[in-house]
Design a protein around this ligand. Structure first.
Ligand code: FEO
Length: 387
């Protein structure tokens, strides 16, 4: 696939993977992007997961049309991009590997092949001329690993953004960019907002016409839309006004209470109320929704003296993704000793800038008439907290 006269797409789609990174459901698969630049010198920007090695190798060979490969640029060492690197090193013994000090450290940890006589170590701001094209390297530590770097090519105004601006779904998937890019972002780099902000600051100094990520579509139009979303996400600001209700219910009674609460919130005029069953939903999607909206209500049954396991699991996910800067309401259920609210509060109190509403609802086994007042108070408080 041609991106321009000199840049070719040589990545592959993976439609058969069960779980990306052994945890993320990818109904529409994922793409491992790789790009070949043809100039006086040739350079490939990253390899692909070993699952796509054969197809990638054929594509690369086809696009090279008998030319030698001069450089293999390694922007990210995670195996979904470097899984085919060792094979490429063998197939193209003259190719010089371009990376930074950490890249080479990780290469020696992942692979046995000695590349000490064929490596080019770069650092922030270094440039590599290929002829008419020149690659300028920007370090992007923790977006998503410490060695990550991104690359700008000024003659074509293209920005190779590594995992940044990536998305789940193969390239031929016709779906909304933001939905799967958001789920990808918060679950994979959500913890590293400050580092993403640093990259956005560097990118703001560049004239960019195309963003070439390592997953998902090549972005060529309306780039501010994507950059603005990344800015919102990485600064932990809510993207949308709305309430996300997440419940963990054992026998359905907490679920019923959560649904009644959702109705009450809607009837107070809240336009967007999303609700999810944590026992049966994709947890990565629930993490995404928690970050997407400005408010959240957690509803959980009591279990073994804490909150029902799917809720504890969800809160653990939120904690490691550094969930913050939101208002949260609580509803607990317990037949003999309701403890879920206390457990949920303990998690939330460890997070930054979380306002926990005082209007906690505590029900015993099932929602009753006597809970009405507390339910109404929680609904009103969460609606009033809307920004
Ligand atoms: Fe797409 Fe962090 O690897």
């Amino acid at each position: 696939m041609k991106i321009s006269d000199s840049i070719r797409y040589v990545g592959v789609d993976d439609k058969t993977i069960d779980l990306f990174e052994s945890q993320y459901i990818v109904e529409n698969g994922v793409s491992y992007n790789s790009y070949l630049i043809l100039d006086e010198k040739t350079a490939v920007m990253d390899t692909v997961d070993s699952r796509g090695m054969e197809e990638w190798s054929k594509k690369l060979e086809g696009e090279l049309e008998g030319r030698k490969l001069d450089y293999i640029v390694v922007q990210h060492m995670e195996p979904d991009h470097s899984g085919s690197l060792e094979e490429a090193l063998k197939k193209y013994p003259e190719a010089v590997v371009v990376g930074n000090a950490k890249t080479f450290q990780y290469i020696s940890q992942f692979f046995e092949t000695d590349i000490s006589d064929r490596k080019l170590e770069v650092k922030e701001g270094d440039e590599l001329s290929l002829g008419k094209h020149s690659l300028k390297f920007f370090m992007a530590p923790m977006v998503h690993w410490p060695e990550v770097m991104m690359t700008y090519e000024a003659s074509e105004k293209v920005f190779f953004s590594a995992d940044g601006f990536g998305k789940f779904g193969t390239l031929d998937t016709d779906e909304d960019w933001a939905c799967e890019a958001r789920r990808y972002y918060f679950n994979i780099v959500g913890k590293y907002g400050a580092q993403v902000q640093a990259v956005l600051k560097k990118a703001a100094t560049l004239e960019i016409e195309k963003i070439l990520p390592l997953h998902g579509p090549i972005l060529t139009e309306n780039l501010n839309y994507y950059i603005d979303l990344y800015n919102t996400w990485s600064s932990y600001k809510p993207e949308k006004k709305g309430v996300f209700i997440a419940y963990a219910s054992i026998h359905g009674n907490t679920k019923k209470a959560a649904e009644v609460l959702a109705d009450k919130i809607r009837s107070l005029g809240e336009e967007k109320v999303a609700i999810a069953d944590l026992s049966r939903s994709d947890i990565a999607e629930c993490v995404e929704d928690a970050f997407k909206y400005d408010r959240m209500v957690l509803c959980a049954a009591t279990y073994d003296g804490g909150a029902f396991v799917p809720m504890e699991d969800f809160l653990h996910h939120l904690q490691i993704k550094t969930y913050r800067n939101r208002t949260v309401g609580l509803l607990e259920n317990g037949t003999w000793a309701p403890m879920a609210a206390k457990a949920m509060k303990t998690y939330l109190e460890g997070m930054k800038d979380i306002k926990i509403l005082e209007e906690t609802v505590s029900i015993k086994s099932t929602l009753r008439k006597e809970n009405d007042e507390a339910m109404n108070a929680l609904a009103k408080a969460i609606v009033d907290a809307g920004v």
